[in-house]
Design a protein. Structure first.
Length: 595
């Protein structure tokens, strides 16, 4: 290893690794808070989901029921249900209550949403350190932290201040899953994987494929090695029990029906059945590998067949929305498209570390073929390969793929860097080590794309639209709207969650599939005739119309619907039923009273 020449430091890093990881997390967290202090100060929740998460916390703290996740300020008076749970609300609310002891409610909220995303980052750092200690070397864990922070850009974005949505916590569950898969202590390892999977699914179904793959790996370990039966038994119990507990404690009233987009009775049935079958086959524990393999395949086939028989409505898209909404919205979500459909400059940076990690994991597995670490490495390699394959399904798999690549990348670094550091020439030791680090960490990808030619016109257009969208979302700009009494505002779907977070106004729609009818109404209003637009706005009880020219959603309405209501507005057309209202100088909006 790199630290072979420093035995005292090596001993300290090995003996007090957990304390050092916690210190590293505190230092990193302090830096991220400092670096993004302006965003914290202005409550700059850039993503619609982050805004809606804060609204969910506010409603609960204001007295809304624990199991009532209906957002009443969206599409009032009925509101709409969201498919999340309250798990992620807990730390945010706890931090708000804590900071209220020292500062104003407004600042308590800002500090809470700035710090809350850093809590799951600590779990990720501890988990990755544990994995690399076991599989690479007892003192390899600092490289895991360095690679995570420096190279896994897509992953780290999920832990930045203000990123309070649930993705960071699900990635933390994924990191704990990897720690469990590599844990030599069978009972503890099975429990970690089972509980982490149950918690992840209780938060949301985004990582369902990874949870299923973790279960398959647990079964494969048992098929290969009969002595792994305790790991499989504990995994089965904690998966089923944890899923049941998650449903009872956190499933909203709206999730207690047979829906496919959250931990509802549909997926609870799958978890309990999977746990029961896996526990049963582990209990039987046949001696031959062929029989164990047959039982594992039979268990998987039984679950799949029963799922198709009892829940055929869930064989399609889990969102269960209309074909029109799929065509006009869901199919156009960029992160839901395969990575190869994204520009090379984006795809290359996201995919580089996962590919490096997979190569390193394969090499690590080969080198461990005659050691006790073989099964741990094999599990991590299978999981990493699965994550890389998921990039071909959706680009949103990037954060998980980069996280799972860390152990393999560290193994590759531990193999290559000591050889360079041991070279007799100083130039090779200095320059070669730096070059080797940049290579095995994947950092070179960011430098490479800077030198690639870009389409100047498209790039300028993208920058202009992004700048306009950011201006529309700015807190200081939105606060101008509070000069008018609270009202129901008809505006773009992507602006709705931000509007209700910053101002006292209500909105009609946000980009959430359970809000599908309202999303279509917004689309139809801006795309069709002015008379149709007025009828839709009146039906929703909207008294104000808010548009933000050049926002990304606005450009879509113009491009796809020439001659439609919004296109006519953009060309200066006036309508007798709309009265433009004055706003402060510099406002990026146009505000109208609906008559």
């Amino acid at each position: 290893m790199i630290l072979d020449g420093a035995p005292a430091l090596r001993r300290e890093l090995e003996r007090r690794w957990l304390a050092f990881v916690v210190i590293a997390w505190v230092v990193a967290s302090a830096w991220f808070v400092f670096d993004r202090w302006s965003a914290i100060r202005w409550l700059s929740l850039g993503d619609t989901d982050d805004n809606m998460r804060l609204m969910q916390v506010r409603a609960w703290m204001a007295g809304q029921g624990w199991y009532d996740l209906r957002q009443y300020r969206m599409n009032p008076p009925a509101g709409f249900d969201i498919h999340w749970s309250r798990i992620v609300d807990l730390p945010i609310a706890g931090l708000i209550l804590f900071f209220r002891q020292f500062t104003s409610p407004s600042w308590a909220e800002r500090l809470a949403v700035g710090i809350a995303p850093l809590l799951p980052l600590g779990i990720v750092m501890v988990s990755l350190a544990a994995v690399t200690r076991r599989l690479v070397a007892p003192v390899a864990w600092p490289l895991a932290l360095i690679f995570l922070i420096a190279s896994a850009g897509a992953t780290m974005l999920m832990f930045m201040p203000e990123r309070i949505d649930h993705h960071g916590w699900q990635l933390a569950c994924l990191a704990v899953t990897v720690a469990g898969l590599s844990d030599p202590r069978r009972g503890r390892g099975g429990a970690l994987v089972g509980l982490a999977s149950a918690m992840s699914l209780s938060i949301g179904l985004e990582l369902l494929p990874y949870c299923a793959m973790a279960g398959a790996i647990q079964a494969l370990r048992w098929v290969w090695d009969r002595s792994e039966e305790r790991r499989l038994e504990i995994y089965a119990i904690t998966l089923a029990g944890g899923g049941a507990a998650g449903f009872v404690l956190f499933a909203s009233e709206a999730n207690r029906v047979m829906r496919c987009d959250a931990l509802t009775p549909v997926w609870l049935s799958v978890l309990v059945a999977a746990g029961a079958l896996l526990y049963l086959i582990a209990l039987i524990a046949p001696r031959t590998i062929v029989v164990r393999a047959g039982l594992a395949v039979a268990a998987g086939a039984t679950i799949a067949i029963c799922f198709a028989m009892f829940f055929p409505q869930c064989l399609g898209r889990p969102e269960q929305v209309s074909p029109e909404l799929v065509r006009t919205w869901l199919s156009n979500v960029r992160e839901a498209k395969p990575l190869y459909m994204h520009p090379f400059r984006v795809a290359f940076v996201i995919a580089t570390l996962p590919v490096i990690g997979l190569i390193g994991a394969i090499i690590g597995t080969w080198r461990a073929r005659h050691t006790p670490e073989l099964t741990g490495w094999a599990a991590v390699t299978l999981f990493t390969a699965f994550a890389v394959a998921m990039l071909a399904w959706q680009a949103r798999a990037g954060p998980a793929a980069q996280l799972l690549a860390i152990p393999g990348a560290v193994a590759l670094a531990a193999l290559i860097l000591p050889k360079i550091l041991g070279h007799r020439l100083m130039a090779v030791r200095v320059i070669g080590t730096a070059a080797g680090f940049i290579l095995v960490s994947g950092l070179f990808a960011g430098y490479v794309v800077r030198w690639l030619p870009a389409k100047a016109q498209a790039n300028a257009y993208t920058k202009r639209v992004n700048a306009a969208t950011g201006e529309c979302m700015r807190t200081s700009r939105l606060l101008m709207l509070n000069a008018y009494p609270a009202a129901t505002v008809f505006t773009f779907t992507d602006l709705g969650p931000r509007l209700i977070t910053v101002t006292h106004h209500n909105a009609i729609a946000g980009p959430y599939h359970r809000n599908g009818d309202a999303i279509l109404d917004v689309q139809h209003a801006f795309a069709r005739s002015p008379a149709n637009a007025r009828a839709i706005m009146k039906r929703h009880g909207a008294t104000l119309l808010l548009v933000c020219p050049n926002m990304s959603e606005a450009t879509i309405y113009r491009a796809r619907n020439p001659g439609g209501f919004y296109d006519q507005m953009a060309h200066g057309e006036k309508f007798g039923w709309l009265t433009q209202l004055p706003l402060r100088k510099g406002a990026p909006y146009r505000l109208y009273r609906i008559g």
